[in-house]
Design a protein around this ligand. Structure first.
Ligand SMILES: [Mg+2]
Length: 377
């Protein structure tokens, strides 16, 4: 299964409800890069990654497209690799880092490989072959407490019983008021409440604020506190974990398998949030779930608010592994999209038994940027 041709596309998916958290700035659209891969045996696969997740990946749509055109696709087209793992190794050797650019091609190659076998991708990864469901948790953005309570009640009506509240506003009292409003809205139910600071606190702030979030001060137990400090602050994560009775999770600190190993070695976290666009591809993400399990760390599988192709790829890994919870939002919040195949019903992602990622793509809804083909005798 050598790579015969790659088409590169972009598409802006406008969000019905723009969002902002401690490190994102205002996000009003999902600026996606999409690829279509053709293999030497006639299989076709699609991949997608969000380009404007620069605050985590350091990449932009234009940069991803340039890396695909100038480096990654030419390498794949001239490579003798003929398996998804082989193609992933070629890309990793050609371009260390640039995890989104590698992930979008890797997703498409896996889609093509699974379609060629007539299997859903999740079955290829060890998951169920038939139609199945994956439960997701909901997130509550920066907003007034009454809006947060309304969002929590809506999630409850949808059957979503884990809710993650974004923290990190300049005035901590606003964060606490939003948390309290959510807790009150779900009182008497089995709802689990977690938090994510998206790197918003300094190590000293984190220590003081996390103490306010312990069960005796807050009045209810938080399931986890995600990425309270900047990505590189491993020592601060460790110090916090040792100082407060609250599970400390890493997201932005934990991109690659190497990052995960460093966090485990430092005993810096109680859990991790794993994503394809950080890991660089499906094989890498799958490997990280195994490493986390071996270390006894619970893991979340999530994404950067992306479209349906990227979501389907994360779901394939999630349904073949054992995540504590999944954070897979994006396509549910865009007004119109060129993808179809999965739906969210009562807090569950409903996954069809269709081969590959199971997503149909309307090419007329995408902007074609380039086509590169192999030249072979
Ligand atoms: Mg996070």
């Amino acid at each position: 299964m050598r790579i015969a041709a790659v088409d590169i596309y972009t598409v802006d998916l406008l969000l019905a409800e723009p969002f902002r958290h401690a490190s994102s700035g205002l996000i009003d659209r999902l600026a996606e890069v999409v690829v279509r891969v053709e293999t030497s045996d006639g299989a076709v696969g699609w991949g997608e990654v969000r380009g404007n997740a620069h605050y985590v990946t350091g990449e932009t749509p234009g940069r991803i497209v340039a890396l695909l055109r100038e480096l990654l696709v030419p390498r794949l087209l001239t490579s003798t690799a003929d398996t998804p793992a082989g193609h992933a190794r070629v890309m990793a050797a050609a371009l260390p880092g640039a995890s989104s650019a590698r992930a979008v091609l890797d997703i498409a190659i896996h889609d093509a490989a699974a379609r060629a076998l007539g299997l859903p991708l999740r079955a290829l990864l060890g998951g169920p072959a038939g139609a199945t469901k994956v439960h997701v948790h909901g997130t509550i953005p920066f907003c007034p407490p009454e809006i947060a309570a309304e969002r929590a009640r809506t999630y409850l009506e949808q059957g979503i019983l884990t809710m993650k509240v974004r923290l990190g506003l300049p005035d901590f009292a606003d964060d606490l008021a939003r948390l309290a409003a959510v807790a009150e809205a779900v009182a008497g139910t089995d709802t689990v409440i977690a938090t994510d600071v998206n790197q918003g606190w300094t190590p000293k702030e984190a220590l003081a604020k996390a103490r306010r979030l312990e069960v005796d001060r807050l009045g209810f137990a938080l399931a986890w506190l995600e990425q309270p400090v900047p990505a590189g602050a491993t020592e601060a994560l460790k110090a916090l974990r040792e100082s407060v009775a609250l599970p400390v999770y890493a997201d932005e600190s934990c991109g690659t398998p190497q990052d995960l190993l460093r966090l485990i070695e430092a005993r810096a976290v109680d859990g991790v949030h794993l994503k394809l666009c950080k890991a660089g591809g499906i094989g890498q993400l799958h490997a990280m779930t195994a490493i986390a399990e071996a270390a006894g760390l619970p893991y979340l599988i999530g994404q950067m608010d992306e479209g349906m192709l990227a979501t389907a790829a994360a779901l394939a890994v999630a349904s073949a592994t054992n995540p504590l919870s999944c954070e897979l939002w994006g396509f549910q919040r865009v007004a119109a999209q060129p993808f179809s195949g999965i739906a969210m019903i009562d807090g569950d992602m409903d996954l069809p038994a269709a081969p590959g990622l199971g997503i149909a793509v309307d090419e007329t809804g995408l902007m074609h940027v380039a086509r590169l083909e192999a030249v072979r005798a």
